[in-house]
Design a protein around this ligand. Structure first.
Ligand code: AMP
Ligand code: ZN
Length: 495
């Protein structure tokens, strides 16, 4: 394997530099996950997809990857973008909304949206993280971390909660550049108005609230954690005191990541993360996504309208993560056309080789090897996805140029498609092909294989027996099998 350095822009040093791992060849990566009070939107997924591409690139270089992507299910406030807004917990507010009516309680709501988030994750063909920890499942560790910060003199208690004393950490502001203490109050989110706080900018580690829908008992009474402490705690628990890379969307730089650094570095007296990655926000039709503008898309909205999930993935990664991406329906249409070219090549290869081999060796000296390495080189240049995708298409052009594929070209094509898919995930879904249980026999539901159920559903639809078609979909759904109607036919995944 060619030795390459994997360069990424580091938001802390504000330079593009090689991503260096503490343990050679082993990336320890933490990327902030969603707050599960609603369905995630495609903007959120631009950020998660960028993290997925970091992992795929590292694996293509032969590295081991330990990737932690959390789920925030408590502590994130509704008005956390306004100075001094105490706000309401996002989960609690969602329960009171119209959509919230169908949930028994806030735990039920969090579980539901958490599950839907994981489904969308698989729909867009993101690889599973090594650990997906939840804030509510790490309460004890968060309480201990807060206690430790108090003991070390970095935090203090008031009648409303426990606050981090930003004056005690001279580096506060090093990531975001927000160093003007006087003005911090205007920018700091998640700041609770409490006249007993030492400085306005001191942020909450614990909030006392006996009425909160999700509350835990702590040395400071009943309450819930501040939003930032969960990530400091879970990153340390699963990845160690210093991690190689930390990521999230650009809005997280301040205050979330700034606060994480303060908490973690005061706890361990070591650097928290050696490299920081922030993803530029996605816009839709040139504007910020918002429900009132009617340009707010979730993954399931688009897939249910019949868009191919792989085309959506393609569109969302088509522009490098550091540049603005303006998502339009035209981008999605173009993406579908290009994803179709991969399918066309797959069909041609199958025509020569029979079934598409998944472990085809590359015939020596084949030109597709160079094209693949150029794609990988582009990914190693700060995840230059537009060049990497252009290289994937260049490979398709080489293969489609010939009316009849030779056997060698077909084998090289199979190798290339697999290598490109491992790197970019845009050729085929890693989840669609799951068709057997652990013992190797085909998965069955009530005596029929999934393929047989899909056929039965198709013939029910043909006979206009929609009730039966729906019954089949629901039956499979109950067993954790989700059917997907795509332009290429019905596929399924096991949840
Ligand atoms: P949240 O669920 O609000 O905590 O957001 C989950 C992730 O999505 C965070 O890393 C955010 O920074 C990121 N994010 C939110 N909106 C966008 C957007 N429009 N484009 C890219 N990333 C976003
Ligand atoms: Zn976080």
């Amino acid at each position: 394997m060619v030795e390459r350095s994997f360069k990424l822009y580091d938001s802390l040093s504000r330079t593009i530099k090689p991503l260096e791992t503490i343990e050679p060849g082993h990336l320890r990566f933490y990327s902030c996950g969603p707050t599960v009070y609603s369905y995630a939107h495609i903007g959120n997924f631009r950020t998660f997809l960028s993290a997925d591409l970091v992992c795929r690139t590292a694996k293509a270089l032969g590295w081991k990857v330990t990737y932690v992507s959390n789920i925030t299910d408590v502590g994130h406030l509704t008005q956390d973008d306004q100075a001094d807004a105490a706000g309401e917990d996002k989960m609690a507010a969602a329960l009171k909304s119209k959509e919230g009516e169908s949930f028994a309680n806030v735990w039920d709501l969090a579980r539901y949206y958490g599950q839907k988030f994981e489904e969308d994750w698989r729909t867009l063909n993101l690889q599973e993280p090594t650990v997906r920890p939840r804030a509510t499942e790490h309460m004890r560790e968060q309480i201990i971390a807060v206690q430790n910060l108090i003991e070390q003199g970095h935090a203090y208690e008031t009648p409303s909660g426990v606050y981090f004393n930003v004056e005690s950490f001279p580096d506060y502001g090093k990531l975001s550049g927000n160093r003007d203490r006087q003005n911090l109050q205007n920018a700091v989110r998640d700041v609770v108005q409490d006249e007993n706080k030492r400085q306005q900018a001191d942020f909450a580690l614990w909030k006392k609230d006996e009425k909160h829908l999700m509350q835990w008992f702590s040395p400071w009474g009943w309450g819930f954690p501040g939003w930032h402490i969960e990530c400091s705690v879970m990153a340390r628990m699963y990845l160690g005191d210093t991690i190689d890379l930390h990521g999230g969307g650009e809005d997280l730089k301040f205050p979330h990541h700034e606060c994480e650094i303060a908490q973690s570095e005061c706890a361990t007296h070591k650097p928290f993360a050696n490299h920081w990655m922030h993803v530029t926000f996605l816009q839709v039709e040139g504007e910020k996504m918002s429900k009132s503008l009617g340009n707010f898309f979730t993954v399931r909205d688009l897939v249910n309208e019949g868009h191919d999930p792989l085309a959506l993935r393609y569109a969302l990664i088509s522009v490098p993560y550091g540049r603005p991406l303006n998502f339009t329906m035209q981008t999605l249409k173009d993406a579908a056309g290009n994803v179709g070219r991969f399918r066309e090549v797959e069909r041609r290869i199958e025509a020569v080789l029979g079934e598409l081999p998944t472990d085809a060796p590359l015939p020596e000296g084949h030109s597709l090897e160079r094209v693949y390495h150029e794609a990988l080189d582009a990914m190693c240049e700060d995840l230059n996805t537009s060049v990497a995708i252009a290289k994937a298409l260049e490979g398709m052009k080489i293969l489609l140029r010939q009316a009849d594929l030779t056997r060698d070209d077909a084998v090289a094509g199979a190798w290339f498609l697999k290598a490109i898919n491992d790197l970019l995930g845009i050729v085929r879904s890693d989840y669609a092909g799951i068709s057997s249980e652990e013992d190797g026999s085909p998965l069955q539901v009530e005596g029929k294989t999934i393929e047989e159920w899909i056929e039965a559903r198709a013939s029910a639809k043909k006979n206009r027996d929609f009730a039966e078609a729906d019954r089949i979909r629901d039956l499979l759904n109950e067993k954790g099998i989700e059917l997907r109607d795509t332009p290429q036919g019905v596929t399924w995944i096991k949840r």
